[in-house]
Design a protein around this ligand. Structure first.
Ligand code: NAP
Ligand code: HSE
Length: 434
C-alpha cells in the first residue's frame, strides 16, 4: 500500500466554534508548515458549523462560517468532519451522515460516545472509516490510543483516575485556598473547563461517561453510561476536607473501572485517598489515569484534562492521524472491537472502606451504641475521632474497614433512625489498595 501522492490538501469541517472548536481552529491556523510535515498534506478548514453564522467571531475567516449542515455533508471535497458541538442531537445524526457519505470523523463528544458508541462504531466499521475521539476522555492525556493500540496486548484489570478537570479544580481550590464551592465552580466555568451544563461535571455524569468509554475500550465489552454508578461532589463540605486531611487523606472525584471475576465495576464517586498516593498531588484542571494490567503492571498518565488548548491539542493529534490514514488509504484500520459480553455489577455488590461523619448526642454510651450497630451489620471500625461541640452534640468521624456497600447502607439506615444520631453529615468512600 503506497502513499496517495496525488492528495496535497485534506479538507476538514469543524462543527462548533466554542472552547474546543476555537482552539483547534487557532492551532490549525498558526502551525501550517509544521502540520503539513506531520500530516503529509495541507489541512484546510473549509467550513465551520455554528448555530449563528452572523455572530461576530474574532479570528475566524467569515467565508468558512455556516449554520447549514448541508453545506458540509453534501460537499464531497470535505474529507474529515470534526464534531465539537457536544450533546446528543444533532451531533449523532451529523456523525452518522458524515460516515455514510464516506467521510472520516474526529470528535470530543463523550456524551454521544458513552451512549451511542456501539452504533457509531458499527457505522464506522461498515464504512471502513476512522472515528477517533482521544479528546473525549481526560483532555490532552493520551488514553484511547494507548488502550486500542500500545496496550492492545495488555489484559487490563483496573483503570482508576481523576477524569474531570472542573471538579478537580473545584476540590483543589476548596482544599488549598479555602475558596467556596460556588466561587470555584464559577472560575472553572470562566476558564472553559465546565460543560455547557456544569451539573454534568459536579454530579459526576461527565466522569461517568468517560468511565463508560474507557471500560469499553479496556475490557472489550459494551459499557454504556447508564450502567455507571455516579455520585458527584456537591455534598462535599469544608469540614469533610478538613477531617480527611487530619486522617492523612485528600478528597478526589475518581472514576473507577475494574474487571473482576464476578463482573465489571464501573463507578464515579468522591474518594479519600492517602496524601502520599500518586493521584493525591494531581491538582487544578489536571487529570490522571492509573491503569493496571496483568503482565504490564502499573501505568500512570497525567496531564491537563480540560480547557481550550490542551483539548484542542488532542483533537489535532486525531486529525493528523486521520490525514495519514487517508494518504495511505488505510482508514478504519483500528476498529471498535467489543467482542466480550461481560456483566456489569450493581454498586451494592461492590466493596469499599467508608468515611462517615455524624452529629450525635454527647453522652456516655452513644459511641458504643453506634459501634454496635456497625458491628451487627458486619462493618468494622478502623479509625475514629470524636469532638465535643456546642451543647449536647458531638461530632463523630469514623473510617470503617472494607465492607460490602449493602452492609454499610443497611447500617447507616439504622444509624439515621436512632434518636442519639442527630444527623449523618457526610459519607465518602476511602481508597483501599486491593
Ligand atoms: P462550547 O464552548 O459550548 O461550544 C459549542 C459550539 O458548538 C458552539 O460554537 C456552538 O455554536 C456550536 N453548536 C452547538 N450546537 C450546535 C448546533 N445544533 N448547530 C450548530 N452549531 C452548534 O463547547 P466546548 O466546551 O467547546 O465542547 C465541545 C465538545 O468538546 C463537547 O462535546 C465537550 O464535552 C467536549 N470537550 C470539551 C472540553 C473542554 O475543556 N471544554 C474538553 C474535552 C471535551 P454557537 O457558537 O453558534 O453557539
Ligand atoms: N467538563 C470537562 C471537564 C471537560 O471538566 O473535565 C473535559 O472533558
Amino acid at each position: 500500500m503506497g502513499k496517495n501522492e496525488e492528495k496535497s490538501v485534506i479538507n476538514i469541517a469543524i462543527l462548533g466554534a466554542g472552547t474546543v472548536g476555537g482552539g483547534v481552529y487557532k492551532l490549525l491556523s498558526g502551525q501550517k508548515d509544521e502540520i503539513r510535515q506531520q500530516a503529509g498534506a495541507d489541512i484546510c478548514v473549509k467550513k465551520v458549523l455554528v448555530r449563528d453564522a452572523s455572530k461576530e467571531r474574532p479570528g475566524y475567516d467569515r467565508a468558512v462560517l455556516t449554520s447549514d449542515w448541508a453545506d458540509i455533508v453534501n460537499d464531497d471535497d470535505i474529507d474529515i468532519v470534526v464534531e465539537l458541538m457536544g450533546g446528543i442531537e444533532p451531533a449523532k445524526t451529523y456523525v452518522l451522515e458524515a460516515l455514510s457519505k464516506g467521510k472520516q470523523v474526529v470528535t470530543a463528544n463523550k456524551d454521544l460516545l458513552a451512549q451511542y458508541g456501539e452504533e457509531i462504531g458499527e457505522a464506522a466499521n461498515m464504512n471502513s472509516a476512522d472515528v477517533l475521539y482521544e479528546a473525549a476522555v481526560a483532555g490532552v492525556i493520551p488514553i484511547i490510543r494507548p488502550l486500542k493500540q500500545s496496550l492492545a496486548g495488555a489484559e487490563i484489570t483496573e483503570i482508576m483516575g481523576i477524569v474531570n478537570g472542573t471538579t478537580n479544580y473545584i476540590l483543589t481550590q476548596m482544599s488549598e485556598t479555602g475558596m467556596s464551592y460556588e466561587d470555584a465552580l464559577a472560575r472553572a466555568t470562566e476558564l472553559g473547563y465546565a460543560e455547557a451544563d456544569p451539573t454534568a461535571d459536579v454530579e459526576g455524569l461527565d466522569a461517568g461517561r468517560k468511565v463508560a468509554i474507557m471500560a469499553s475500550n479496556a475490557f472489550h465489552t459494551k459499557v454504556v453510561f447508564s450502567q455507571v454508578y455516579t455520585e458527584g461532589i456537591t455534598k462535599i463540605t469544608a469540614d469533610d476536607i478538613r477531617y480527611a486531611r487530619e486522617f492523612g487523606y485528600v478528597i478526589k472525584l475518581l472514576g473507577v473501572a475494574r474487571n473482576t471475576d464476578s463482573g465489571i465495576e464501573v463507578k464515579v464517586h468522591p474518594m479519600l485517598i492517602p496524601q502520599n498516593h500518586s493521584l493525591a498531588g494531581v491538582g487544578g484542571s489536571f487529570n490522571a489515569v492509573f491503569l493496571h494490567g496483568k503482565a504490564m503492571d502499573d501505568v500512570t498518565l497525567v496531564g491537563r484534562g480540560a480547557g481550550e488548548m490542551p483539548t484542542a491539542t488532542a483533537v489535532l493529534g486525531d486529525i493528523i492521524d486521520v490525514c495519514r490514514d487517508i494518504l495511505f488509504d488505510c482508514c478504519g484500520r483500528v476498529r471498535r472491537n467489543c467482542y466480550k459480553k461481560l456483566r456489569v455489577k450493581d454498586i451494592s455488590e461492590c466493596e469499599s472502606k467508608f468515611f462517615i461523619r455524624m452529629q450525635a448526642k454527647d453522652r456516655p454510651g452513644v459511641l458504643a451504641n453506634i459501634a454496635g450497630v456497625l458491628g451487627n451489620n458486619g462493618v468494622g471500625i478502623s479509625q475514629v475521632v470524636q469532638r465535643s461541640g456546642n451543647g449536647d452534640t458531638a461530632e463523630l468521624v469514623i473510617i470503617t474497614d472494607r465492607v460490602a456497600e449493602k452492609n454499610f447502607n443497611d447500617a447507616t439506615e439504622i444509624l439515621g433512625g436512632m434518636s442519639v444520631v442527630k444527623e449523618i453529615s457526610g459519607v465518602i468512600r476511602v481508597y483501599d489498595n486491593v
